[in-house]
Design a protein around this ligand. Structure first.
Ligand code: FES
Ligand SMILES: [Fe+2]
Length: 403
């Protein structure tokens, strides 16, 4: 992160802490229509145009350690096989045999030398090409070269692997610009996978995602945890094209350090934005990364139905020198889970409310503008002409974008 950007965030926090009203010229945000959280027609549009066409985080390269290592990934419904080839390139394919759709891999992860369909034995190389089939004489004229596995876009942000089911998608690094450059300060090539966990919650995915796009709730639900060390009134927000955003919240005391990170390796090159403040990135749509020089959870928000979701936490840290992650990580993750419990507590009750006549829409404050920004982008992804007129959000924030 260059000096000018660091300075902009620092000045932003000072401005936010001292202001007595929203930034001059900032519009009053119209209510978000309730149906965007509940109307099955809208949620179907969201499913088709957002979840099946976005760059979505899948795994870290540590989880595919050697040629033939694979993961079976089904977050958007379609079975997608992510596999490291003999050439060490990580690729993704539908786990769908080109014969009659049999599965190539049947377990969530593992290692294989080649991909053999469980149904009639068609055999594919790790790069997806069909190399052999049983009783070839009974498929006269079948051109094997035209029957490779169907590839899914698979690209990396440092050692983090993302997939996108849209073959026309913009390249990942263009899509997440300028985050690639902002992350460089953390020496991310040296970061390793620590652990992952997940929690199912009975609410629409946006109910919880919204909670991670603002700090307006700190004084209520995190009164005895996060609120003690972060000052939400100084939070500054940067909105980017393509729906991404960052919020940076100042520590109450600049020299404060999370006791849970003591004894852990820290990246010395990290800027003051993360050493004395708390930055949180939203890679649109569903990855939230509150990154610290000693480690980061990638928080992932997945719909499991219109009224239920799963939150996953994938933890990464600067290389600790080989072997299993240090024991300190158990405590750090347990501490984080306690805070996460606070965030999850109202999910099911909010969902009950959403489905009741009592829910009429969402008035968002200036502090919650990242949520409005998220919804504006959703309409762009769906194509505003497809969104029923009464469910649209008015585009208002583009003039506040950073890039
Ligand atoms: S479905 Fe794969 S070999 Fe027949
Ligand atoms: Fe929270």
């Amino acid at each position: 992160m260059d000096t000018a950007t660091v300075q902009r965030f620092i000045e932003g926090m000072k401005f936010e802490a001292e202001r007595t009203s929203p930034r001059e010229g900032f519009p009053s945000l119209p209510d978000i229509p309730a149906g965007r959280y509940t109307d099955p027609r809208f949620l179907e549009l969201e499913n088709t145009h957002l979840w099946h066409k976005s760059w979505l985080y899948a795994c870290h390269t540590d989880q595919l350690p050697e040629p033939g290592s694979f993961l079976l990934w089904k977050k958007t419904g379609a079975p997608i096989l992510i596999v490291r080839g003999k050439d060490n390139v990580i690729r993704a394919f539908y786990n769908t045999c080109r014969h009659r759709g049999g599965p190539l891999v049947k377990t969530p992860c593992g290692r294989l030398d080649g991909l053999v369909c469980g149904y009639h034995g068609w055999t594919y190389a790790l790069d997806g090409t069909l190399v052999n089939l049983r009783d070839k004489r009974d498929f006269p004229g079948l051109d094997l070269s035209k029957r490779s596995l169907i590839e899914v876009r698979c690209e990396q942000f440092y050692n983090w692997v993302f997939i996108n089911e849209d073959p026309e998608a913009q390249p990942l690094l263009d899509h997440v610009h300028p985050f690639f450059e902002y992350f460089r300060q953390f020496e991310p090539e040296s970061w390793r996978f620590v652990a992952e966990e997940s929690f199912d919650v009975k609410c629409n995915v946006k109910v919880l995602l919204d909670a991670f796009l603002e700090v307006y709730h700190l004084k209520s639900i995190h009164q005895n945890t996060v609120d003690r060390f972060l000052d939400h009134r100084g939070t500054t927000i940067a909105l980017y094209r393509r729906g991404h955003s960052i919020m940076v919240t100042p520590n109450r005391r600049p020299d404060w350090q999370d006791p849970g990170t003591r004894g852990m390796r820290r990246i010395e090159s990290a800027t003051v934005i993360s050493t004395r403040n708390n930055p949180s990135f939203n890679f649109y749509p569903n990855l939230v990364a509150p990154v610290d020089p000693s480690g980061v959870p990638f928080l992932l928000f997945w719909p499991t139905s219109n009224t239920s979701m799963r939150i996953e936490c994938h933890w990464f840290a600067p290389d600790w020198g080989g072997g299993a992650p240090p024991e300190l990580w158990k405590t750090r993750i347990a501490n984080f889970d306690r805070i996460l419990d606070e965030d999850l507590q109202f999910g099911p009750q909010i969902q009950e409310s959403l489905m009741s006549p009592g829910f009429r829409g969402i008035p968002l404050s200036y502090q919650e503008r990242r949520i409005y920004h998220w919804h504006e982008e959703l309409d762009r992804r769906i194509g505003v002409e497809r969104v029923p007129a009464n469910l649209r959000v008015q585009p208002l924030l583009e003039r506040f974008y950073e890039n």
